[in-house]
Design a protein around this ligand. Structure first.
Ligand code: MN
Length: 734
């Protein structure tokens, strides 16, 4: 570079730095400015040899990230300094975290450390590693939420300046942005940044689609402005008469959200009717805010008919991100539905700045939704039983689903994702309440645990000391918190059974003169086609592997040569993973519908489902039931066009399939007989009683019990125990 070019670049750097200070949302004190200056100087020195792919000096990147942090997100001087330093330790070996700590103190060092750790996560990862990285990233929330926020700003600037990169890299970074960063920004309440990340994500993953929509929006801009003008003219007089101080703006929907609507509703650009919203932002002191919002509501609806189904009052119950506003949809000029968003200046600032504005306006005694959210997230993260992909998927589901609001019996308000059930509510109250849930009442009426809650419901959880989670709960629970708690409880229970099963197995093998050691365990795991030793112990524990099967194993063992030959001929099996601390499912049976029926089916060729995949059945005209994967490319159109021909389907472990059995009892009635019977049933683990009825006629007793068990051994054991009860004469299965 010529001296002249260097001088010019230095002037540009100085200009960018000055702008950073000028656009800060927070007012900076002299001490703040000194801190930022020092961080800037260290960053300039650390990156002095570096250039970006585009050729410009690297320091422009940290300045840009700091500018986003200072102005768009509105964080404090500490965060601005940390943003300037975010790549220093990663890019220059001359600087260590302890240097940063010595120069800038513990807080900034901790944030920079967190950011350095995230950057060093494997960048060329597939989805599951990405998910794991994402989870690790969320774990840094533990240290400081500012780490995540600065990381989002970093990603935004990288997305804004990606043109010089290789197309395959652009696409990879863009899809990661859509997968992880946009949902995170949404959850933290950084709506503007989320929108920009999504639009840029679409630009690099589907450039043609992006450009097409982009151009069409430009073309229709004039028409839109005219429409908003017509709309405003109708209401300004009434608003002015009330002496309100306000501004009416048109707000175009983002390219990404228009795209989503086109795909979801299967319509063209022109057919998406709500391509923009009208925003009314008014001045108000805190005391009159709510009053004014409803005043404006009433003026708007005096002139335009509101859609009764589309009123959202986020002023009375703010979203968990802190978002407040009144949204209505009205029939506007030319007979078109328009969304109208009514916000005070304060609410608008919160909507745009999220986190920062929230803290600025935070009142001493109000519970902070963001803190609550971070606590919840933390809790979900600490239960590391769920695998990372599941976790991210669940997390994203929770992010994007609309929220519902329900009340506790005392009238406390809880927000839950749409589709939540009493189980989710119970776990959101307290883990111990969730674990002991026996039933639920919604608005005073008993409901099944699978009941979908609606906004405004009052939910009461009935608990009992004997209640505990069962696998069905996983079909009803939608929040990641409830699901991870249920999964880990089921896992603990299974491990307990496996522990008992191991002792039973030791005893039974002894009778067959075989000792339980590594060799025999290994043989049995292979013989029964299992994966882990815990699988073996667990199946002995629940009785799926019985005496007869063990005798067969013993016999095969006595003829080692034959079994050696047999094993050679048999398809090679995967080597068992004996020490793995896991009970695996065998997924060998496909069942349909709520009743889990076995039906004839064919696997579809378009997506080739394999056991364990998430699937559904589709009733074809000539070929019976065809099974597709839930993410099959054809699934969406099948589900939307032929919903009535879809049957639920899932893979299960046939050794654990539940079936119901009806037992008849008869005998001589005596005091406490019924009590004894119910005690025997509830003492038998894993037996689920569906219905029970007794009758007594002149001292002769008869009863019918409907039970659900996972295998015949269990049923036999139960019937044997019932026979032992004093007074019972006959026990038969119908
Ligand atoms: Mn960076």
């Amino acid at each position: 570079m010529t001296e002249e070019a260097i001088e010019k670049e230095n002037a540009e750097i100085a200009k960018a730095y000055k702008r950073l200070l000028k656009v800060s949302y927070q007012t900076l004190t002299a001490t703040d400015k000194k801190l930022i200056r020092e961080a800037f100087e260290v960053a300039v020195d650390a990156h002095k040899e570096q250039r970006r792919k585009s050729g410009e000096a690297y320091i422009f990147h940290p300045i840009a990230v700091a500018t986003i942090v200072a102005s768009e997100i509105g964080l404090d001087a500490t965060s601005i300094a940390a943003a300037l330093l975010h790549d220093v330790v990663e890019d220059n070996p001359d600087y260590t975290i302890s240097d940063i700590e010595r120069l800038f103190g513990a807080t900034i060092a901790r944030i920079v450390d967190g950011l350095t750790k995230i950057s060093s996560l494997n960048k060329d990862a597939d989805v599951s590693t990405q998910a794991e990285n994402f989870r690790k990233m969320l774990l840094t929330l533990n240290d400081d939420v500012r780490v995540i926020i600065i990381k989002i700003a970093d990603r935004l600037h990288n997305m804004q300046t990606m043109d010089a990169m290789r197309p395959d890299k652009q696409e990879k970074i863009a899809s990661e942005t859509l997968y992880i960063y946009a949902p995170l920004a949404h959850r933290i309440g950084l709506y503007n940044i989320k929108t920009e990340l999504e639009d840029l994500g679409l630009k690099y993953t589907e450039p043609e689609v992006y450009n097409d929509i982009f151009n069409k929006i430009q073309e229709s801009k004039e028409e839109q402005d005219a429409y908003i003008n017509t709309f405003s003219k109708v209401i300004v007089d009434s608003l002015d008469k009330e002496g309100l101080d306000y501004e009416i703006k048109g707000r175009p929907k983002s390219i990404y959200s228009i795209r989503r609507k086109m795909v979801k509703q299967g319509v063209s650009f022109d057919e998406v009717y709500d391509k923009f919203a009208v925003r009314i932002i008014y001045k108000s002191d805190l005391a009159n805010e709510k009053f004014f919002s409803w005043k404006i509501y009433s003026i708007v609806t005096d002139h335009f008919t509101p859609n009764p189904k589309r009123l959202r009052d986020w002023i009375s119950s703010p979203k968990s991100t802190g978002y407040e506003a009144l949204h209505i949809t009205v029939m506007g000029p030319k007979g078109r539905w328009v969304e109208v968003q009514i916000r005070s200046e304060r609410m608008n600032e919160i909507a745009e700045k999220g986190y920062a504005a929230h803290y600025k306006y935070k009142q001493g005694n109000t519970e902070d939704a963001l803190d609550t959210w971070i606590d919840k997230l933390q809790e979900a993260l600490e239960t590391n039983e769920t695998n990372a992909v599941d976790f991210v998927e669940q997390f994203k589901l929770n992010l994007y689903s609309k929220e519902i609001y329900v009340f506790s019996p005392k009238g406390d308000l809880k927000s839950l994702p749409k589709g939540a059930t009493p189980i989710d509510f119970a776990f959101s109250v307290h883990t111990q309440v969730g674990m002991k849930t026996r039933g639920a009442k919604v608005n005073g009426k008993l409901v099944p645990l699978s009941h979908e809650l609606q906004s405004g419901d009052q939910v009461e959880i009935l608990t009992s000391e004997n209640a505990k989670p069962n696998t069905n709960w996983l079909d009803y629970a939608t929040t990641s918190r409830a699901r991870s708690k249920i999964k880990s409880s089921l896992k603990d229970e299974k491990k307990g059974i496996a522990l008992d099963g191991k002792e039973i197995l030791r005893r039974k093998l002894k009778q067959l003169k075989i000792s339980l050691d590594e060799k025999s365990i290994n043989e049995m795991v292979t013989h029964f086609k299992l994966k882990t030793s815990l699988d073996l112990f667990y199946r002995v524990g629940i009785g799926t592997i019985d005496n007869k099967m063990l005798k067969e194993y013993a016999a095969s063992r006595s003829n080692m040569f034959m079994s050696y030959i047999k094993n050679r001929i048999r398809k090679p099996t995967v080597a068992p993973d004996l020490d793995k601390d896991e009970i695996t499912a065998k997924y060998d049976l496909l069942v349909f519908g709520k009743e889990e029926e076995k039906l004839d089916y064919k696997l579809s060729a378009c997506c080739n489902p394999i056991p364990g995949d998430k699937v559904f059945g589709f009733l074809t005209i000539n070929e019976g039931i065809k099974v597709h994967k839930k993410n099959c490319p054809n699934a969406l159109s099948l589900q939307s066009n032929y919903a009535y021909r879809i049957i639920q389907a899932k893979w299960i472990d046939s050794s654990q399939q539940e079936f119901s059995a009806l037992i008849n009892l008869s005998g001589i009635d005596n005091l406490g007989l019924v009590n004894n019977i119910t005690q025997v049933i509830s003492a038998n683990m894993h037996v689920n009683m569906k219905s029970i009825s007794f009758q007594s006629d002149d001292g002769i007793f008869s009863g019918k019990i409907n039970v659900v068990v996972t295998n015949k051994n269990m049923l036999k054991k139960l019937m044997d125990n019932l026979k032992k009860i004093n007074g019972i004469d006959k026990v038969t299965r119908v």
